[in-house]
Design a protein around this ligand. Structure first.
Ligand SMILES: *Cc1c(COP(=O)(O)O)cnc(C)c1O
Length: 412
């Protein structure tokens, strides 16, 4: 019997050239991370102690005071919001997402709205949008401005949500300055802002109070893992709202530098974060992946660049197409862009993506540029041999054999 569980489940495996997409199960884990997850699963631990240790390691990697492993960046957004809403007040923790009579508004630039902010609203916050993004509509040159944040902050403000990426305006520094003056925390969604490795520290260094990263994207941790890092008291609040605390208060002995028991009067039994609980396997897998990412981040980018280069070369002689390598905006991830000349090819980019998906093996590419007549191939979730499979499939669709395939006698 095959050792591949997907064979036993009769579920097809795919070639994932769409990158770290959750709908396609993210990238494959390295053996090192997979082995750590497997070993972690064979023991039992006190989860508060494990998260306290994770906090130290995340603090080292990010420069933040403390950290928490979450079940994803979206879970980090919900827990970070819950921390800003409830602080260390257990009665408030128990009430969330009911925020009646609490400060509950998060100010966000209209141009930064996206459907992951559902997680912020799920904690009980309401979003207050600022700025008219003329530069995005093409009707002008401006976006939200710092004074607009200042004007929107009032008695009901609980925080500022900032979605980091290369195009985000205004600059985080300017938003932090406004927030500091008003004594309001800034929560940064930096889920996909890695690599470069330096970005692990960047947003904290710029003054963000809380920052979230995906563990299942470039870091290479378990698909359902993420990082929330930031101020010690906010991380303690987030931890209180996701750990299982179904024990008598006097029997609870959290490590003091993680959660200061003297600072709280009581704790929730199960906070709002119980619905996105994280297991020891995710925590250990994330920590091992994070350590490797910090140590080898540069080498991984080089490996991805080599894969992208190899694919671009393999596709160079494909007719009616033009191939280019571009970096994903704001990160150092190289992407292969295949522009399709629909008139010459007799099929557009959209048809081509469908044919790749329906072939054997099933090849999924990035669909974000179909409107420009292009397919996007990301190297981040490819396995050995996938580049040749992609090239062979495209040449087959175009009715020819790839040079590489011919040399190896594939299809003969
Ligand atoms: C991917 C992403 C998320 C969600 O991350 P998960 O780890 O899958 O929960 C949130 N925000 C942004 C901007 C993202 O790109």
């Amino acid at each position: 019997m095959s050792s591949n569980p997907y064979d036993r489940l009769q579920v097809r495996t795919i070639v994932n050239a769409a990158g770290t997409a959750t709908r396609l199960s993210g990238p494959p884990m390295t053996d090192e991370v997979a082995d750590a997850v497997r070993e972690a699963a064979r023991h039992t631990v006190d989860m508060t102690e494990l998260q306290a240790r994770a906090s130290k390691l995340i603090a080292d990697a990010t420069g933040a005071e403390a950290g928490l492993v979450t079940s994803g960046a979206a879970a980090g957004l919900m827990l970070g919001t819950a921390a800003c809403l409830a602080g260390l007040d257990a009665a408030r923790m128990n009430r969330l997402p009911d925020t009646t009579d609490m400060r509950r508004e998060f100010v966000v630039a209209r141009s930064q709205r996206n459907m992951y902010d559902h997680a912020v609203r799920a904690a009980g916050a309401t979003l207050v949008e600022v700025g008219i993004p003329d530069r995005v509509s093409g009707a002008g040159v401006r976006d939200a401005e710092p004074w607009e944040y200042r004007a929107a902050i009032g008695e009901r403000t609980a925080g500022i949500l900032y979605v980091a990426n290369a195009q985000a305006r205004p600059a985080l520094e300017a938003v932090v300055a406004v927030a500091r003056a008003a004594n309001v925390p800034v929560l940064v969604d930096a889920a996909a802002q890695l690599p470069p490795v330096e970005n692990l520290r960047r947003f904290t260094a710029l003054g963000a109070d809380l920052v979230v990263f995906s563990g299942g994207k470039a870091i290479g941790g378990p698909q359902a893992s993420g990082i929330l890092c930031g101020r010690r008291a906010l991380i303690a609040s987030a931890a209180l709202q996701c750990l299982d605390l179904d024990i008598p208060f006097e029997h609870w002995e959290p490590p003091r530098d993680f959660i200061d028991k003297a600072a709280i009067e009581g704790f929730p039994r199960h906070g709002i974060g119980r619905a996105c609980k994280v297991g020891k396997e995710q925590i250990v897998g994330l920590l091992v992946a994070l350590e490797r990412f910090v140590a080898n981040g540069g080498a991984r980018i080089e490996a991805w660049a080599a894969i992208a280069h190899h694919l671009a070369q393999a596709l160079a002689s494909l007719p009616h197409t033009r191939v280019a390598i571009e970096e994903a905006p704001g990160t150092a991830i190289p992407l292969v862009i295949l522009h399709v000349d629909e008139a010459g090819a007799g099929c557009g980019a959209s048809d081509l993506a469908r044919k790749l998906r329906q072939g054997e093996p099933n090849i999924h590419c990035g669909l974000g540029r179909l409107g420009d007549g292009a397919l996007v191939f990301a190297p981040t979730a490819l396995r050995e041999g996938d580049v040749d499979a992609i090239a062979a499939a495209l040449f087959k669709i175009f009715g020819m054999q790839s040079k590489r395939g011919r040399a190896r006698g594939v299809g003969s």
